[in-house]
Design a protein around this ligand. Structure first.
Ligand SMILES: Nc1nc2c(c(=O)[nH]1)N[C@H]1C(S)=C(S)[C@@H](COP(=O)(O)O)O[C@H]1N2
Ligand SMILES: [Mo]
Length: 304
């Protein structure tokens, strides 16, 4: 398998404890609040750098956490940063059920036990902008391999939390709530497919999908569902919120494809947030050497 750029050599010095990102003041504050000692999910976000990282320069933390799509908190880019603080992300569990021999619930603390990596990925939104984000997380495959899947497990469906009391956008009928997404099982098992629990060395800001969200870097941003509470293995292709809302605009696959237009605009190029000139959009968002073979023989115009 080819990697993006050159794989970096991973040495023990690349294992970066969360503490190096914290200044003295925030460390003392975290200590005073008891976070570092009593909450294992927040204490030890240690990770190693991944050879799967893009070499593009990451966007600033400010851009990444203040220009968001998270319709549960409103439909403008600034709404999530203003509104998502009210979401309570602890305690948190993900239920894995459906086509498995035995359903299981994973607490956030259990999920944090999986080896964590920093993965710098490009994110291409269907609206025509892109960002580069240094995620921290683990492959979805790591979680799925904990389960015994049955032969009916051909697709994976994901669901976001449904909690209108803390997610004001869910009172509006913009989308079918809870937000739903899905992948084919081979896409879900692909080593690039990540469950992210942090970014820039910290736990995820709420507006980026805390405490745990999906990241599928070769697909348009809306596939990367936030604040996941359920992973359901299925035999048939799951429904997705955006496909239900506008089936001619948002298909199931949603692979980044500059050659297939959105009905209302071109997908040929994109604006990297923070840059002025638009840049050409790459097939599969530049991850084609790793994922194109998943779609061998498929008509990607029909399966958009
Ligand atoms: N639950 C949920 N997940 C979601 C969305 C949403 O509205 N609700 N928006 C999607 C879209 S359109 C994009 S582009 C990305 C944005 O992720 P970011 O804000 O962390 O950059 O989240 C995706 N995940
Ligand atoms: Mo998006």
């Amino acid at each position: 398998m080819t990697l993006i750029g050159k794989p970096c050599d991973i040495s023990p010095s690349d294992i970066t404890p969360k503490q190096v990102y914290l200044d003295r003041r925030s460390l003392m504050l975290a200590g005073a609040l008891g976070l570092l000692l009593t909450n294992p999910a927040l204490a030890a976000l240690a990770f190693r750098k991944s050879p799967f990282s893009s070499r593009d320069k990451p966007n600033s933390l400010k851009d990444i956490s203040h220009y968001n799509n998270y319709y549960e908190f409103g439909s403008s880019k600034s709404d999530p940063a203003e509104q998502a603080g009210q979401l309570k992300t602890h305690p948190w569990n993900i239920v894995v059920d459906g086509a498995v021999e035995k359903s299981r619930s994973f607490s956030l603390e259990q999920l944090m036990q999986f080896p964590q990596e920093e993965r710098i990925y490009r994110l291409r939104c269907v609206e025509g902008w892109s960002m580069v984000i240094p995620w921290i997380g683990f492959p979805l495959a790591t979680l799925l391999k904990q389960m015994r899947l049955t032969s009916k497990a051909r697709y994976v469906a994901f669901e976001t939390l449904n909690r209108p009391s803390q997610m004001p956008g869910q009172a509006e009928g913009l989308l079918a709530w809870p937000y739903r997404e899905g992948l084919r099982i081979d896409e879900a098992m692909h080593p690039l497919t990540l469950l992210a629990v942090g970014l820039y060395g910290e736990v995820l800001p709420n507006q980026n999908g805390a405490p745990i969200r999906l990241v599928v870097p070769w697909k348009y941003g809306f596939k990367s569902i936030k604040s996941i509470v359920r992973i359901h293995l299925m035999e048939t292709q799951p429904q997705t919120s955006w496909n239900l809302a506008a089936p001619t605009e948002y298909g199931f696959y949603s692979n980044v494809n500059p050659a297939v237009e959105h009905p209302r605009w071109s997908q040929a190029n994109e604006r990297r947030i923070g840059e002025f000139l638009r840049r050409p959009t790459l097939p599969f968002n530049g991850y084609g050497s790793q994922v194109a073979q998943l779609y061998h023989g498929m008509d990607l115009r029909k399966n958009f």
